[in-house]
Design a protein around this ligand. Sequence first.
Ligand code: AMP
Length: 121
Amino acid sequence: MYDPNNIFAKILRGEIPCDKVHEDDHALAFHDINPQAPVHVLVIPKGDYVSMADFSDRATPEEIAGFFRAVGKVARELGLEEGGYRILANHGANAHQEVPHFHVHVFGGTQLGRMISLPKG
Ligand code: AMP
């Protein structure tokens, strides 16, 4: 079930501010409040989708296309294409998804290393 009181829903409704970098019919992009790279932007769809699982299952083709075009556009407009960037979406507990509104992280602006680091043990 989608929680309409999650923090990204409040950002979409304009109830709390964000440091916006892009907005169109399908997506809103803003800087992460706790950046993990020199550039760390979140791109979220405008519809009520909990996670990647929900978005890929229920979103219309127009919403999916519009959203992923926005992700690419944001990275391009942030000047990340030449040097390279990484996108990441956490779904559920194992991935430590904190905010239950689907979002893609865009990381860049430095050498990001190879893939992800897993906890030891
Ligand atoms: P995830 O673990 O994939 O759900 O990531 C949630 C992300 O949202 C984290 O990187 C947080 O730093 C970020 N975040 C939480 N609240 C805000 C906010 N108000 N504005 C911008 N980013 C936020």
